[in-house]
Design a protein around this ligand. Structure first.
Ligand SMILES: C[S@@+](CC[C@H](N)C(=O)[O-])C[C@H]1O[C@@H](n2cnc3c(N)ncnc32)[C@H](O)[C@@H]1O
Length: 258
């Protein structure tokens, strides 16, 4: 994979692009801090820019990089419980600073190059540097606040051309998944859906791991995952989420049409 001044160029996989990895989960500790490890899952605390080049090639990049729209300043969990003058909740302040900018082209190139197939949430914020691809994913958030996004978009290199959409209320007042510990935490069901769309991908990299939704989904589906997160506080949350019992969530099969 090479890059021009403006866009990452992706050549087809060759022995050259495959040479760094094998078929098993290819993380090598390489002196970086492994924050958490359990069967098939590893969380690195550190900067993806340094860690990703030391890893092998994964089947799937499933990630949600910073969008550069300062969502880190968010105060999730505030507002009122219920409607019509319910009890006021205390807002949660999140660790800030990470959403000042999107990853630069070099970092995105490293991440794409480390994987055979890709699903990148927030692809619309990165589209100037990503190659044109037809198969985008849409998450219809079924949310009712007029000032919030109705949907989020993922750029993918999944096979086929049909755009796919999941309608799932995973954030906001009426959310089906209430517990949120990161301002841009993705619903677990969304990541399960992505993994199911990616078919037989067995090894997954998330270099912008946040609260660990990708790793949790991988664990639930028996996939191997390497997660990288720069903020220690989110590594801790991710490790705790992995320790929880498997939740009775799941995408009905009729929603998945690769
Ligand atoms: C949009 S959030 C991911 C949220 C995640 N999908 C979840 O469900 O919790 C992006 C995360 O990437 C992390 N990050 C940003 N740049 C990074 C880098 N260079 N290396 C590692 N982590 C990084 C940020 O700290 C932030 O937690």
């Amino acid at each position: 994979m090479t890059s021009t001044d403006t866009q990452i160029v992706m050549p087809p996989a060759t022995p050259e692009t495959e040479k760094r990895g094998g078929d098993s989960c290819p993380a090598i500790c390489s002196g970086f801090r492994v924050y958490h490890e359990e069967a098939g899952i590893r969380i690195f605390h550190g900067d993806s820019r340094e860690i990703v080049p030391t890893l092998g090639v994964f089947d799937l990049l499933l990630t949600d990089p910073p969008y550069g729209i300062k969502q880190d300043a968010g105060m999730g969990g505030g507002g009122y419980d219920g409607f019509g003058g319910g009890k006021k909740r205390t807002p949660k302040a999140y660790a800030g600073g990470w959403d000042d900018t999107t990853p630069d082209m070099e970092l995105m190139r490293l991440c794409l190059e480390a994987c055979r197939t890709h699903i990148v949430w927030g692809g619309n914020y990165l589209s100037a540097m990503l190659p044109q691809k037809p198969k985008w994913l849409v998450w219809d958030k079924e949310q009712t606040m007029p000032t919030y996004s109705d949907a989020e978009l993922a750029w993918t290199t999944l096979p086929g051309v049909a755009v796919k959409m999941l309608r799932y209320n995973g954030s906001g007042l009426m959310a089906k998944e209430k517990s949120r510990q990161h301002p841009t935490q993705k619903p677990l069901n969304l990541m399960l859906w992505c993994l199911q769309l990616a078919g037989d991908a067995q090894t997954v990299l998330d270099p912008f791991g946040g609260s660990g939704t990708t790793a949790r989904a991988c664990k639930d589906l028996g996939k191997q995952c390497v997660l990288i997160e720069r903020e220690e506080r989110y590594c801790e949350i991710a490790a705790k989420r992995l320790a929880q019992d498997v939740l009775p969530l799941g995408i009905p099969n009729d929603k998945i049409q690769p």
